[in-house]
Write a protein of this length. Structure first.
Length: 140
């Protein structure tokens, strides 16, 4: 029997996922991290992107997180995020519209604050679209 690690993905509103995995991949601030069972404990900030939970059959479940915190213990991984969605629950039309609005705001910026806000919104929309594309490739 393969070793597993318990994974909890929680948003501000609800628990999105709770189960076991062989590996977990997450978008840490300094780059993607991979967590296996018995990983050394650590805490890091997450940026907007995909959390991938890999099960025994190498089957992956993909989740979108808007950022947040990742806590790793030897037998438990916890992802806390303001917004967390299963990748197949993402509204593609809304993400494309948000991307377009953010790109327009970057071009027409009035202040540094608006520019920073638009860049953050663009990164979030792109991360959502990348999560959707990952799901689509897996289904092919």
């Amino acid at each position: 029997m393969a070793m597993t690690i318990h994974v909890d993905i929680v948003s501000a509103e609800t628990e999105i996922f709770s189960g076991t995995a062989n590996m977990v991949f997450a978008p840490a601030q300094m780059g993607e991290v991979g967590i296996a069972p018995r990983h050394a404990p650590f805490i890091t900030r997450l940026k907007a992107g995909q959390v991938r939970v890999q099960n025994e059959g190498k089957e992956e479940q993909v989740f979108y997180v808007s950022g947040g915190v990742l806590e790793v213990q030897p037998h438990v991984v916890t992802v806390l995020s303001d917004t967390a969605l299963r990748a197949d629950d993402i509204d593609e039309a809304a993400a494309l519209e948000a991307k377009k609005r953010a790109e327009d705001a970057i071009v027409n910026r009035q202040s540094e604050f608006e520019y920073a806000k638009a860049k953050a919104e663009l990164a979030e929309a792109v991360a959502q679209l990348q999560a959707l594309n990952k799901i689509r490739k897996a289904l092919r």
